[in-house]
Design a protein around this ligand. Sequence first.
Ligand SMILES: *[C@@H]1O[C@H](CO)[C@@H](O)[C@H](O)[C@H]1NC(C)=O
Length: 240
Amino acid sequence: MYKFAVLVGVCSLLLVIPTLTWRNKAIDDSWDDDDEAWLQGDDPAVVDDIDETPDEKPETGDNEAAPTNNNGVSFVKQRFHYNSIMQLNGRINDSLSTSYTYLTIAFYFDRADVALPGFHKFLMEASEKERKDATKLMAYINKRGGWFKLRRIVAEEKTWTTGLQVLEYMLEHERFMNDNYLYTHKVASESSDGHLTDFLEGEFLEPRVEFIKKLGGYITQLKSFSKDYNLGEYIFDEQL
Ligand SMILES: *[C@@H]1O[C@H](CO)[C@@H](O)[C@H](O)[C@H]1NC(C)=O
């Protein structure tokens, strides 16, 4: 009986190992070299395409340079220009990267030696909002028959100190993202994509302007505690 069990064990291992190897190979093969380059971030041409040189892309707005896994969706594509799709891919990256950074900051405020629960909550919400923005963009791209490809997310290498420093960082970063959205809007207008410009205005541009105003207000309040910043920050945190 014991020998039989060992035999069965060995046989199933012999079966499982080749199957796993074959499976991994299949996954490897589904990534072509361009995918690799994109993931490694070492293809400057691809990165430049995203934000700087939309005019040099093919005029047809079709999928020549698109990732290879886009088969089967392009039949719903109409007036959805290549440049717009590239722009939206860039905005997805902005949102996911920002969500990641805000999450890190949220848990900085949660540390026992920092302990600012109001800031923790505020940053958690901001992080969640960015993640939702990214999913909204992905759903929109699918609806229009485009494609997207997630890029590597790089953590922000910064040291977080006070609530004021974080809010100032957020303000600067939100302005940067707003600029990117304005540019995406411009690219969409160039191909007369009214559907996309409407979507961008309603879902992203307007809310972002509101958020930037809110951050500006918070910064003014925190700066007014110049005599005893720590006490001021503590009181401010309770209200967040
Ligand atoms: C992704 O987004 C982040 C945050 O906006 C930005 O710093 C980074 O450069 C972007 N990466 C690429 C490859 O565009």
